[in-house]
Design a protein around this ligand. Sequence first.
Ligand SMILES: [Zn+2]
Length: 443
Amino acid sequence: MEPVDTLILGPLVVTMDAGERILDTGAVAVREGEIAAVGTREELAGCEAAETIDATGRLLMPGLVNAHTHLGDSLFRSLVEELPLEAWLERLWISEREFVSRESVELGARLSLAEMIRSGTTCALDMFWFPEAAADAALGAGFRLVTGPIFFDFDGPDGVSVEDRIATGERWLDRYAEEPLITPCVQPHNALTVSPDGMRAARGLADRDGILFHTHCSETATEVRQTIERFGRTPVAHLDELGILDARTVLAHCVHLDDDDFVRLRRAGAAVLHNPLSNLKLGSGIAPVARMLEEGIPVALGTDGPVSSNDLDMWTAMRFAGLLQRGVHMDPVITPALEIVRMATTVGAEALGLGNRVGQLAEGYRADLILIDLDRPHLTPMYDVYGHLVYTVGRDDVRSVMVDGRWAMRDRALETIDETTVLAKMEQLAAEIERHAARLEPA
Ligand SMILES: [Zn+2]
């Protein structure tokens, strides 16, 4: 075998590959950002490598895919709490309008990327103002990001008018089309904030490049009721009737679905992005995930933004995804742990159109992988690997993170983000945001 850049020797390897193999004492070789080989320690031990890592006693698996988030929202985490959803959003948007800028969003994105890398996430789908800010932050951090132009029927804090959104979107997509770490997508907010014409125009833009179409759908009972009042059909039916629902469509939430919605989702091959933490924290409800899986609807997993779930931790999201279905159905075998791990790896990658590049440790895939410490009281012993990954492992157990063959975190030290500077800048800006918010409080 030709020499490789990095050779990781000896860990328990959870491949999530086509055969979902687990190698007790495995090895993975990485060359030019790609997984060159996966095998047993004996098979790869003789391989010549620029860097060899002894990972005996650790667990190696694909990096986690956070399929729905809003990175820039970390600027406002916990600023507004304990309000009903509509009042909460209204209050939050006042601060957004005042403080959202190209520069602040990039700072928020860096902060979120640091949090995600620390917790073992290597790829995320982001929807926020100034998507170029998040894209540039991701490029700087060596992080894999799916993002792109967003659409609302009002002028946003980004200074782009409703009329200019398509042209601005086209320029955005042209600019990031060739970046290997950036996967462009098109993302209107939802069916109530974007008109049918706006939805169709956004869809046209996604079709121009054959890229992913991402929107919020059926998140709350109120949203579903208002969509029915306005259009005479549910949000899922509305998108379907607009000709928007297909295998390149991903829908965040889908908490409130009727029987017809299930038929339409299944027929379209659209994927659902499940966000248990924000659905619970915002009191939106519990998505019918077990039924989606039963009907063959792909379900990927996300955290949602840091203002709605207050956390970008995919381990917590995985745990809740499993616990919720079991509690609701009073069934201890529903949504097996392996199914949840798939949501956060292979299915997440497939939903985002990256299924042939990331989400598994297999030859020819990009080297997005994480190392987890196992020599800890709460992880010892380990009889059931997937059960451990969903119900026991936490973000502090993540030791090292590689994206596209480059270390983003090594032995718990971030390699691509200057965390101290990011935190200091954030503290400074947060003081301003807080002073401004204090002036808004009723006397
Ligand atoms: Zn969202």
